[in-house]
Design a protein. Structure first.
Length: 114
């Protein structure tokens, strides 16, 4: 399955979860919005932190969503490389493997964009 397909499949699964547990998912959404809209860091910087954590925690759906979000903030592939290098340094071998997923996702989304 492609990364674009994985993102769409996860969105579908989350839509079902939102219906089943609206209070919890709305609460998470409120937290996410508050974190992104406030504070000293830019949205792009916050998304880099989130991506690095997703790589270190080995959450592929999180990686896919944060790579997509980073592209929307105007992040560059070179900046992504620096973040992935830090995630590898902090996460060791597993971080290296999931950083590979993040880069492949970026490349696929960039190619689809045009």
């Amino acid at each position: 399955m492609t990364y674009i397909g994985k993102i769409e499949e996860m969105r579908g699964e989350l839509r079902e979860l939102y219906k089943l547990a609206p209070a919890a998912t709305q609460g998470f959404g409120t937290l996410s919005k508050a974190v992104k809209e406030n504070g000293a860091l830019s949205l792009k910087e916050k998304e880099y932190v989130a991506l690095a954590m997703a790589v270190a925690l080995r959450c592929e759906p999180c990686i896919n969503f944060h790579v997509e979000a980073l592209m929307k903030t105007g992040a560059s592939r070179e900046e992504l490389g620096d973040v992935l290098a830090m995630a590898i340094q902090m996460g060791g071998g597993p971080g290296l493997m999931y950083a590979g997923h993040a880069l492949a996702c970026w490349d696929e989304l960039a190619a689809a964009k045009g």
